[in-house]
Design a protein around this ligand. Structure first.
Ligand code: ASP
Length: 323
């Protein structure tokens, strides 16, 4: 009798262990994007999901779980079963900065398993068209001359656009009043409508509206111009030297996900990023591919830890209050 129970247990363990990894995936996978549909994270995740399906043979569904600078969506992923069917999409904001701002209820390093580093994006300083400035220097003058702090749209405390805003305050000495949204897609809609003054946005989010002439761009926060928007100067050229920021993204799964599954997901993401059609879509958005030697799960883990060490002191010094 006892033997039979052990035999049954052994079968169960095989189903949950190596056998499960071998048959993986056998149903659709969900990628949790912690910001609004139509925003920069959503756009990147959807391009990847479509191509990763070719490698994995199963659909990857994007679910937008928004709120609290992306920490609601990441929390949902952390609490999901570690079986490879829930992936956490995130970036410098969600998987680094949020840990310095919120009491998260999860640990960004020990409760998640890194899968792959994704493309990165310089930020771009953009304003509503009603701002009467033609250059970054004129924009800084205009912002300084406001009787009350100018408004800056963000995707919530701890998001990429918020960290970029804090950095901008640091280098310019200008105080901003932040207006949080559930993603930079709705923030951009309000900028176009003239409801807010500026966004220090991901280039991939704003570039379409800049090209359409519905908002104005002043500088990109990189040491080189963005090839797909080469008329926009860098911050070094335009008058805020040294203001460089790159928002990188990545994929994670809950801690305890079998290694074989992490390896399969990593291979699918790497294959997607090597596809010329995907690369073209990313280039059009002003995204830079990750370095070839940084594509392993271990490289993302090491990079995330290095970024925590770099950014937390500045974010903690800014003493951000979240309600
Ligand atoms: N990546 C966010 C989004 O997709 C924006 C942000 O982090 O600022 O809306």
């Amino acid at each position: 009798m006892r033997k039979a129970i052990w035999a049954a247990l052994a079968v169960l363990m095989t189903i949950g262990g190596p056998a499960a990894a071998q048959n993986y995936p056998s149903r659709p996978i969900t990628i949790i994007v912690p910001f609004s549909a139509g925003g920069p994270s959503d756009a990147m995740a959807r391009i990847l999901a479509e191509r990763m399906k070719t490698t994995l043979g199963e659909t990857l569904l994007v679910e937008n779980v928004t709120g609290a600078g992306g920490s609601v969506g990441v929390g949902r992923a952390v609490r999901s079963p570690p079986d490879g069917y829930t992936i956490s999409f995130g970036h410098l904001g969600t998987h680094v900065a949020n840990g310095a701002i919120y009491k998260l209820g999860y640990d960004l390093v020990t409760d998640l398993e890194p899968v792959a580093l994704l493309p990165s994006n310089p930020m771009i300083i953009v304003s509503k068209n009603a701002v009467p400035a033609k250059s970054l220097k004129e924009l800084l003058e205009w912002l300084k001359s406001r009787p009350t702090p100018p408004t800056a749209g963000t995707a919530g405390a701890g998001s990429g656009s918020h960290i970029a805003g804090l950095y901008f305050e640091n280098v310019s000495g200008i105080k901003l009043q932040y207006v949080p949204y559930r993603g930079t897609a709705p923030a951009l809609t309000d900028l176009v409508a003239g409801q807010i003054d500026i966004i220090v946005d991901q280039t991939s989010n704003s570039i379409g509206q800049v090209r359409a002439g519905t908002i104005r761009a002043y500088a990109v926060t990189a040491d080189k111009r963005v090839p797909s928007a080469s008329d926009i100067p860098t911050t070094d050229e335009a008058g805020l030297p040294g203001f460089h920021m790159t928002l990188w993204s990545g994929l994670w799964v809950p801690k305890g996900t079998p290694k074989d599954i992490v390896t399969k997901l990593n291979a699918a993401a790497v294959e997607a990023m090597a596809d010329p059609a995907v690369q073209q879509k990313f280039r059009d958005l002003g995204l830079d591919m990750p370095p070839k030697d940084q594509l392993t799960p271990e490289a993302l883990g090491a990079w995330q830890k290095a970024e925590i060490a770099k950014w937390w002191p500045m974010i903690k010094a800014a003493n951000v209050k979240v309600q």
